[in-house]
Design a protein around this ligand. Structure first.
Ligand SMILES: Cc1cc2nc3c(=O)[nH]c(=O)nc-3n(C[C@H](O)[C@H](O)[C@H](O)COP(=O)(O)OP(=O)(O)OC[C@H]3O[C@@H](n4cnc5c(N)ncnc54)[C@H](O)[C@@H]3O)c2cc1C
Length: 457
């Protein structure tokens, strides 16, 4: 597309409009997943709501595809798109904390590292993702699973309100009391309903957390996995922990003989009384022989950023996910079988608990429907060499296929890849019809279709 048509957009916005040929173009079109190599017609790094309104109107009036980028972590790379206008929030990432009311309002470009840094100054936090570089916006709109979910729910469960620019260029606030249908849809429905310019969250007292990372030889994975499943069923919700199958990471607390070897890991944190932290982790040290472990108090933002360097921007990746109503012994068997073949140290096979506060919200209370399952597993291969692309993708697909007979319908929308689009309806289950109706109301022409798309009903 002729770059000069964007001159009129440049006149309407304060942010930067970057088109092919500009020095920043290659950096501006890139997202986290290095597998994605899209060439947008323009990337507008918005500086304020007015820029978003102008950009939405411009894309619609010029029949351009429109992609929206928060933290850029979407596995299918929905934050960039061929020949599209990309709204990029990278320059708007402020977070305003109201400590008295325990709320925070985040601009749409903030990452969890930005958010946690801001709220930690007041000894507060809200449930977010497990790494710091993920965007607050994309993660929350799809649901938001992390260490604090058992105690305080999903990220979307802690959303109080969101400011949204809809397909007709209107600016709306969505909350329980205003545009409540839109508010319902935003909590799990992804980027289908408009461009969110800011998000207001409920905060909780979370300051220092007692971190535990326990690494076991894979030969003990059956014992450890069963224990993890059974222990979590009655463990206090102050314990947020996931089970991982991985290659031993090159970290100081793991003896070198285990670096790069198949292992099973429990990673998490205790948010209760810090003097009880060591006792909370002790059963994980007792259950099976440990290859290496790390425990102790840590500021919550430090844990949130501890693994950021493992998966830097540009790393290649491919994802698959299902839900599980239970972690059956048969499913554990498949994890052990494929756990022995994990290809790289960056690869993340994680099983996140869906219980506690997440299950206290009803299936139809928010768009995020999958509240009656117990675990959200993800198989995400990460690697550096493009020559390995086919092998890594095949490995993830085979692993996911092996787990499917042990899985519930649907999978977490934020862990889906591009080829999972046909699963969207199944993922939303009983909420899909209502979502299609709300989509028809706010985006009848499907302007916002570069996402796990819900077609207008
Ligand atoms: C390394 C890594 C770790 C992760 N860890 C977790 C985790 O712990 N828990 C978890 O739940 N998920 C996790 N995820 C998945 C993550 O939730 C999704 O990739 C999510 O889409 C990322 O949001 P983003 O803003 O960074 O991505 P982007 O690629 O910027 O956005 C993804 C999509 O969200 C929508 N979107 C983003 N911003 C807006 C906006 N302002 N308005 C409207 N729509 C918008 C758009 O549809 C966009 O295509 C992780 C991903 C990665 C790569």
């Amino acid at each position: 597309m002729n770059g000069t048509i964007f001159d009129s957009l440049r006149e309407q916005v304060r942010g930067q409009v970057i088109t092919p040929g500009d020095a920043d173009y290659d950096a501006a079109r890139a997202v986290h997943n290095g597998m994605i190599d899209k060439r947008p017609a323009a990337v507008v790094r918005v500086s304020q709501v007015a820029d978003v309104i102008a950009s939405v109107n411009f894309a619609r009036d010029n029949s351009l595809d429109l992609a929206v980028r928060g933290g850029g972590h979407s596995a299918p790379g929905f934050g960039t798109w061929d020949d599209a206008l990309v709204i990029d929030f990278v320059n708007t990432r402020g977070v305003r904390v109201d400590p008295a009311n325990r709320t925070a309002r985040s601009e749409a470009g903030a990452t969890w590292a930005d958010f946690n840094h801001a709220t930690h100054a007041f000894g507060l936090a809200t449930p977010g993702g497990i790494v710091g570089t993920t965007g607050v916006a994309g993660l929350t709109l799809g649901g938001g699973i992390g260490y604090l979910a058992r105690k305080y729910g999903l990220s979307c469960d802690n959303l109080i309100s969101a400011d949204v620019v809809t397909a007709d260029g209107k600016f709306l606030t969505a909350s329980e009391s205003e545009n409540d249908d839109l508010f319902w849809a935003l909590r799990g429905g992804g980027g289908n309903f408009g461009v969110v310019t800011s998000l207001e969250y409920r905060l909780h007292p979370v300051d220092m957390v007692y971190v535990g990372i326990v690494v076991y030889p894979l030969e003990h994975a059956e014992t450890v996995s069963r224990f993890y499943r059974d222990h979590l069923a009655s463990a206090p919700e102050e314990l947020g922990a996931f089970l991982a199958f991985a290659l031993g990471p090159p970290v100081p607390f793991l003896p070198e003989e285990w670096h790069g070897k198949p292992v099973c890991i429990v990673v998490g944190m205790w948010t209760g009384d810090q003097t009880e932290g060591a006792a909370c982790w002790q059963p994980f040290l007792d259950v099976a022989p440990v290859a290496g472990s790390m425990m102790g108090p840590m500021p919550y933002p430090a844990l949130n950023q501890a693994f950021d360097a493992l998966q830097p921007k540009g790393i290649l990746s491919y994802w698959k996910a299902d839900f599980m109503t239970d972690l059956t012994d048969a499913a554990i068997g498949e994890h052990i079988r494929y756990g022995a073949t994990i290809p790289t140290v960056q690869t993340a096979v994680h099983l996140y608990p869906i219980d506690g506060a997440v299950q206290r919200v009803g299936t139809t209370e928010t768009a995020f429907a999958n509240r009656d399952v117990k675990f959200a597993p993800v198989i995400a291969a990460f690697w550096d060499n493009p020559a390995d692309n086919d092998a890594r993708v095949s490995w993830v697909r085979e692993y996911a296929e092996a787990l499917r007979p042990h899985s519930a319908p649907g999978g977490y929308i934020n862990f889906m890849d591009r080829d999972d689009l046909p699963r969207v309806a199944e993922n939303y289950g009983p909420n899909y019809t209502r979502l299609r109706g709300i989509k028809a109301k706010y985006d009848p022409q499907n302007l916002f279709h570069v996402n796990q798309n819900i077609s207008p009903g």
